[in-house]
Design a protein around this ligand. Structure first.
Ligand code: GLU
Length: 409
């Protein structure tokens, strides 16, 4: 399963429904620029290792390129292309004046020391310096990258420019130009739209059972938010293990266990389950918050949930999407469900270039003001075109992109 093929299938489905201008479709079917680099990094033992790195600048019709950088062993060019395309759609869905891009490095960061990761992060910036910048292309965290890495990247760029250039990346630590609420933004935005979806499905949050796949920045914060709101988190999964408790998991204790042991495995009061069992659970909500292609035609048919909230990018294949729609499952798509991250990135960038910092309350309120109307607009379009929320999100984004592209081609 190639994520880019899936992304283009999603594009074509929505384009057909609205009879998207042919030139615009042609323009959106390919990335504007692909930049590749080999990053030489000196390891702690003295050997030199070369890492393959990418930046795909998919589309800038609506503003500077924007999107995270992923450090993962399975990164490849097609994945980065797909992710950069989804960023283009995502920024348009929530109406940010930004384009779409994504970066990646083929690396297992768990095998590197902190100083090796620092050298790799700085090498990434040196290699891509000509194409990034606060007015050009603004990276951010993604899978296995974090505020510390963004801090090294902003510092490297600022040193090379000879002036502080905080707006070059977002998702930085608070002490170095970060925004309040950025670390929790992806989950917070997802939580805000999930509350709308729960209402529409006539569910009661206090009786809602949830399974979350992925326990990184998005998944773990989502687990905490739902736990505090009174939902029952019955299953969690990280890259190594899947745990289940019929009674519901105490998320505070799970977080403590993960912090101490580095994994969910061995958490007392829960049993380990398989990936197959995870997707068959009797729950109301499934939150994929890990990687692409997790829900496919093989496991989609067993899904009993009423809502799937995609905090990950591309977790559902097009075949699974069709099955889920037929089964009456409400899929809140990635380009809407996880758009809180890039939205607060946009706020961070605004704060950096205006040198004026917002309170946590302001950030959360502004985020809600983007997320809820976007959800409502998508919902309206879905009714109008009698289609699923993914196609509706694409329609909303494509109409905005079409206008921005048409005025200049
Ligand atoms: N990596 C996140 C995403 O996929 C955030 C991107 C950003 O903040 O630029 O949306």
């Amino acid at each position: 399963m190639n994520a880019y093929d899936n992304a283009i299938r999603q594009l074509e489905k929505a384009a057909q429904l609205i009879d998207l201008d042919k030139d615009v479709l042609a323009k959106l079917s390919v990335p504007e620029k692909i930049i590749m680099a080999s990053l030489p990094v000196r390891l702690d033992d003295g050997t030199l290792k070369i890492f393959q790195a990418y930046r795909v600048q998919y589309n800038s019709a609506r503003g500077p390129y924007k999107g995270g950088i992923r450090f993962h062993p399975q990164v490849d060019l097609d994945e980065v292309k797909a992710l950069s395309f989804w960023m283009t759609i995502k920024t348009a869905v929530v109406d940010l004046p930004l384009g779409g891009a994504k970066g990646g490095v083929v690396v297992d960061p768990k095998s590197l020391s902190q100083s090796e990761i620092e050298r790799l992060s700085r090498a990434w910036v040196r290699a891509f310096r000509p194409v990034i910048g606060p007015e050009k292309d603004i990276p951010a965290p993604d899978v296995y990258t974090n505020p510390q890495i963004m801090s090294w990247m902003a510092d490297e760029f600022s040193q090379l420019e000879g002036k502080p250039s905080l707006g070059v990346v977002t998702g930085k630590p608070l002490e170095y130009g970060g925004s309040k609420g950025r670390d929790t933004a992806t989950a917070t935005g997802g939580f805000q739209v999930l509350m709308e979806a729960i209402k529409l499905k006539g569910l009661d949050l206090k009786k809602t059972r949830v399974a979350i796949q992925g326990f990184g920045n998005a998944g773990s914060v989502m687990a905490s938010l739902l736990y505090q709101a009174g939902a029952k988190i019955v299953a969690l999964a990280d890259s190594r293990s899947l745990i289940y408790s019929d009674q519901g998991l105490n998320i505070e204790k799970v977080l403590e266990h993960k912090k101490q042991s580095g994994s969910l495995a061995g958490f007392s009061g829960a049993k380990e389950i398989s990936q197959e069992e995870f997707f068959q659970l009797a729950v109301e909500v499934i939150v994929p918050a890990a990687l692409e292609n997790q829900i496919d035609k093989n496991n989609a048919k067993d899904i009993k949930a009423k809502i799937i909230l995609e905090l990950a990018n591309g977790p559902t294949t097009p075949e699974a999407d069709e099955l889920l729609t037929k089964q009456g499952v409400l899929v809140v798509p990635d380009v809407l469900a996880n758009a809180g991250g890039v939205t607060v990135s946009y706020f961070e960038w605004l704060q950096n270039i205006s040198h004026n910092y917002w309170s946590e309350e302001e950030v959360e309120a502004e985020l809600k003001e983007r997320m809820i109307p976007s959800f409502e607009a998508v919902w309206q379009i879905a009714q109008e075109y009698k289609t699923d929320l993914r196609t509706a999100s694409f329609i909303l984004a494509l109409k905005r992109l079409e206008k921005a592209i048409k005025v200049r081609i």
